[in-house]
Design a protein around this ligand. Sequence first.
Ligand SMILES: Nc1ncnc2c1ncn2[C@@H]1O[C@H](COP(=O)(O)OP(=O)(O)OP(=O)(O)O)[C@@H](O)[C@H]1O
Length: 220
Amino acid sequence: MFAEIRGLSFRYKNSSVDNVKDFNLEMNQGEVTCILGESGSGKSTVLRLLAGLEFPLNGQMQINGKILFNEDKFVLPEKRGIGMVFQDYALFPHMTVEENIRFGLTNLSKQEKPNESVKCWNLYNAKRYPYELSGGQQQRVAIARAVAPKPSILLLDEPFSNLDAHLRQSIREELNGILKDTGMTSIFVTHDREDAKSIADQVVILDKGETIGKGKAIII
Ligand SMILES: Nc1ncnc2c1ncn2[C@@H]1O[C@H](COP(=O)(O)OP(=O)(O)OP(=O)(O)O)[C@@H](O)[C@H]1O
């Protein structure tokens, strides 16, 4: 199995209940997993835990044989080789498109080449600043920045939620193409069943931190 999460649980400091309970997931390489759930179900918290932005109560995770956390080990976020895309694009406002994308490449060794598939997206916007771009263009840049350094896993937290329905559909298709072309293993968080239907190979449904369903068939 390419990536595996076992028995992951977590509670925020001021919470009286566990916000993530016994979360388990197995992923094959290149597979797109969608975590689906209502607001407050714990979707973003799961991503934060995988990225290393929170410290789990219990559980373990490995990607491609490398342990990211278990009872004895906790790899720091910047050492995990995980890419993230957020709903608010999170581009550096003082950097051009090109500089934003290059920033993501600083961890690549000199011999490694960035993911070619993102190049064509952004060439005509390379010298522009985020404030000169539409929301959809900004989100394309954010995806390109996350994909370019070839992360072992790409995490996407509601990446379309700030886009209107038409744009949502076209960027969904573009993202789908990029994920398939690059063979990137990814976890995608959404509250929208249509996102899950059109992109996911497998679906996990969360409710109050608990997994209440698994498998793509449950949403079709
Ligand atoms: N910093 C925090 N401190 C305490 N509780 C938190 C914190 N962040 C989130 N929570 C709580 O943890 C639970 C899960 O929140 P989370 O943001 O992971 O849900 P979500 O499914 O991603 O929601 P949304 O779709 O609205 O982003 C919620 O009950 C939330 O109130």
